[in-house]
Design a protein around this ligand. Structure first.
Ligand code: BMA
Length: 856
């Protein structure tokens, strides 16, 4: 082929401009990755190292290397330097000649460099200017000084097109960083080239799919473009099974592409398409579209391919009895969206490897997510992230990278942002997983009613509309014409028209947590789609140990507080704890209880909204992951360890779930069915004593329709004779409740069991006996089966393995009866390998709620 690619990754030098110190540097690499590699700085996450690390970015750094260029390469008509991730303010020189100044880490820079190169040895140097100095020196226009600074973040962060959260957030440190965080290479070619490919899908009423493929060809030529379609998991060797239309020659369409180039268009029909679905709704078949361009002599000039999934995916905004809905609609089916909000996985972006991303995406799918929101205060993940979401079946809600800030939209800023959107959407638009493009995080809502925003100038308010309701949606339309654009999250559709309206569009709900209302308040709201709500917890002890010394291990120590980026959050956790549980006495107990509380809170909201399926069509909790080890709203910590919430999500996001709804003395058992089939079930609500004695029970059988939720059995305590007798015989009315719990069990026709537990009083007032839990372990291939039996109610049973991180089929569950519970140890993620059953038995630790109240 005609196009040569020369990687410039590998060995570079990095010079610290302040003192001239020089280091060997691996590229992709950043200032932090290089200094850490050389042991020049300590782990920035350790204790309070964050602050001195941040100061490193008051200075400039230069990355440079030599590379050899063969003479024939210089004969090519075009040579471009391609930089996929430069963070952020750079001056690039080749052989001393300045090529460009860049100022946007979210862009892909393609720079013509033929004139600067020479045969033989060449030098490239990239100077990274201090982002902190830039922010300090920035001058706003008249009437435009910005007052607002997001919580935990540095003033002026919004001036640069650099991930806002690198300047700190209410869950992350101010670690800034700078450098080459993605690939850098040269591309050289003569003649025509395929610049970009747009694939539009038309799903026809007869079930076939027409693919309209437009390839932008640059360069004058009289060549020909061909398009072929393959199934990636095709049955025969070349993967051609079942795709009728194999090769189509394109027709030229002058003028649609850049000057000198043209657009080649082709249409393919797939008469029996295999549709792509999110996980749990169907398969994730993928197709490969291969585009080849041949020059006038018939030689292959360029070839590219895109992996796509055949599906329709949009947001339904139908008007209904409650207002205007907001529901993801995939292949015509409105689904209840379940998932969480994603932030960058590390403060050092070069550490976000494919392996870590796959672990995270798998963890989300294993917890029954069908969607993930890439939140706007971070970065645009690499291609690998979206490939994984395609493969595993996760819909991506993609924010553009703007969050909680006031922007001065100068002409330069506007154009920079427009190019950034074009770069990224051209990169991502073909992905099956791409579900929605959202302009920003919370800025419309902020302009609408956040007190601090009201002090900002009207010019800046107008700038908001210009950027998010004119310039960027136009760029989205241009790059990804089929994608649904939503101006902000939350929003009711834009124009500051009541963006927080619960009956229209999506909502962020923070009165539970930030507003400190009890989490039962989720039950007072019937959002159309709750795209953010959340509750903090501490990460597990191993994670806390990683950044503390023994003397720091108290939640109010300086070190622990410096890792808590949401002011007053520790107080909030203790407040919610005081409402629900007895006071723990050790840090370890506090960690455990904080995670249980987090899980209970989020579950309460999700179960309520799932019961109201139809009116509410989605819940995405804040937040999936962390970018450093710290307390936060995450369900998976920085090291990938699942918190209690992540295990509980696996239950409350299950396609077929069950939940107990208590309304005074009336207790109802619901089934939530997120499958395409009607589900028959048998169910029971049982009122039990702590020793499992049954006080009363009620049973029902029935069915729940596809994509519906419905109540089944009901137990009315007011009219429950046995319960009223117990009450009568107790000293005060409440004493009876202290010894009781309610169990709901649903058994679906295929034998799948779902359970739910409620108590009549907060856990702190229950008379919980100390359960004796008996275990038996056996091996099943690579998995271990752990059978548990308890002699009394065991609440929030936590399983863990000493010296290893593992994943269980269930964790933080209740044992509510004498029958055996079987838990599978599904995966050993890291740490000391488990040798055999005996080894596991010796290292398995089982904790339940009563252990945390031990007087130590
Ligand atoms: C939301 C997010 C983040 C923030 C979180 C917790 O509003 O969009 O800005 O981290 O709340 O406060």
């Amino acid at each position: 082929m005609n196009i040569a690619k020369i990687s410039l990754g590998g060995d570079w030098k990095m010079r610290q401009c302040a003192d001239g110190a020089e280091y060997d540097a691996k590229v992709p690499g950043t200032v932090l990755s290089v200094l850490l590699e050389h042991g020049t700085i300590e782990d920035p996450f350790y204790r309070r190292n964050e602050y001195q690390t941040r100061e490193l970015f008051r200075g400039d750094y230069e990355f440079s290397r030599e590379f050899e260029i063969a003479g024939e390469l210089l004969q090519k008509e075009n040579v471009e330097l391609v930089c996929e991730g430069l963070d952020t303010l750079t001056e690039i020189r080749i052989n001393g000649k300045c090529i460009v100044h860049t100022d946007n880490m979210h862009r892909t820079w393609r720079l013509p460099v033929s004139d600067a190169l020479r045969e033989g040895m060449n030098t490239i140097s990239i100077l990274f200017r201090s982002p902190l100095r830039y922010i300090d020196e920035y001058r706003y226009g008249e009437n435009r000084e910005v007052q607002y600074v997001p919580c935990g973040c540095m003033e002026g962060n919004q001036i640069l097109r650099k991930a806002h959260s690198m300047f700190g957030w209410d869950w992350g440190p101010q670690l800034i960083d700078a450098g080459i965080f993605r690939d850098i290479y040269l591309e050289a070619w003569s003649g025509p080239r395929i610049d970009d490919v747009l694939i539009c899908q038309h799903h026809d009423p007869d079930g076939s799919v027409r693919l309209q493929v437009c390839a932008g060809i640059s360069g004058e030529d009289a060549g020909e473009t061909t398009v072929q379609l393959f199934e990636t998991d095709g049955k025969d060797a070349d993967g051609r099974a079942d795709v009728e239309t194999q090769m189509v020659k394109s027709s030229r369409n002058e003028g649609m592409h850049q000057p000198g180039g043209y657009t080649a268009e082709a249409e393919l029909t797939v008469s029996k398409p295999k549709l792509w679905w999110p996980a749990g709704y169907g398969e994730q078949p993928l197709y490969r579209v291969e585009i080849c361009h041949y020059d006038a002599e018939g030689r292959l000039a360029d070839r590219t391919e895109k992996t796509i999934g055949l599906r329709t995916l949009t947001i339904s905004r139908d008007v209904d009895e409650w207002g205007r809905e907001f529901a993801f609609m995939i292949n015509g089916v409105k689904i209840f969206t379940m998932g969480g909000n994603y932030i960058p996985e590390d403060c050092l972006y070069t550490r976000i490897t494919e392996e870590r991303q796959e672990y995270l995406v798998r963890s989300m799918v294993r917890a029954n997510y069908n969607c993930v929101r890439v939140w706007g205060g971070g970065y645009y993940p690499s291609d690998c992230f979206y490939d994984l979401c395609d493969r595993y079946g996760l819909i991506v809600w993609q924010d553009l990278m703007f969050a909680c800030n006031v922007y001065e939209v100068t002409d330069h800023f506007a154009e920079n942002c427009r190019q950034e959107v074009l770069d990224n959407l051209k990169r991502l638009r073909h992905h099956a997983c791409l579900g929605l493009i959202c302009g920003n995080n919370e800025i419309e809502s902020a302009w609408h009613h956040w007190g601090d925003f009201q002090k900002e100038s009207a010019y800046l308010r107008a700038d908001y509309i210009r950027l998010f309701e004119e310039i960027l949606p136009k760029a989205v339309k241009e790059a990804a014409p089929d994608a649904f654009y939503w101006p902000s999250s939350p929003s009711s559709g834009g124009c500051f028209d009541d963006p927080d309206n619960e009956n229209d569009g999506d909502t962020h709900y923070w009165s539970v947590w930030h507003g400190q209302l009890p989490f039962t308040d989720f039950g007072n709201h019937y959002f159309r789609f709750c795209s953010e709500f959340g509750f903090q917890s501490f990460p597990c002890m191993k994670t806390i140990d990683s950044f503390t010394l023994e003397e720091d291990r108290n939640i109010f120590s300086r070190v622990m507080e410096s890792h808590q980026k949401n002011d007053s959050a520790n107080g909030k956790m203790l407040y919610y704890l005081s409402e629900n549980f007895l006071c723990p006495s050790t840090l370890e107990q506090t960690v455990y209880i904080s995670q249980i509380l987090q899980g209970m809170a989020v579950r309460y909201g999700v179960e309520h909204w799932r019961r109201n399926r139809g009116r509410c069509m989605g819940a995405l909790y804040w937040q999936v992951n962390d970018n450093w080890p710290a307390p936060s709203w995450s369900s998976i910590d920085y090291f990938g360890r699942w918190k209690a919430l992540h295990y509980m999500a696996r239950e409350f996001y299950a396609r077929r779930a069950a939940s107990l709804e208590t309304d005074g003395g009336r207790i109802r058992l619901w089934t939530e069915n997120e499958t395409a089939d009607r589900q028959d079930y048998r169910m029971r609500i049982i009122l039990k004593k702590m020793d499992f004695t049954v006080v009363a029970q009620t049973a029902a059988s029935g069915s729940v329709e596809a994509y519906e939720s419905a109540p089944g059995a009901e137990l009315d305590l007011e009219h429950c004779h046995a319960y009223q007798e117990l009450k009568k015989n107790s000293t005060s009315g409440e004493d009876a409740d202290e010894e009781l719990f309610v169990e709901g069990v649903v058994i679906y026709a295929d034998g799948t069991v779902r359970r739910s537990t409620e108590t009549l009083l907060p856990y702190k007032y229950l008379r919980l006996p100390r359960p004796v839990i008996h275990t038996e372990i056996s091996r099943r291939g690579t998995e271990y089966e752990i059978r548990l039996e308890a002699d009394s109610f065991a609440a929030f049973v936590e399983l863990s393995v000493r010296d290893a991180d593992v994943i269980f089929s269930e964790n933080y569950f209740n044992i509510t009866g004498k029958e055996r519970r079987t838990i599978i140890l599904e995966e050993e993620v890291s740490g000391v390998r488990i040798r055999d059953e005996e080894d596991l038995a010796g290292r398995l630790r089982i904790t339940s709620l009563t252990d945390t109240f031990d007087k130590k």
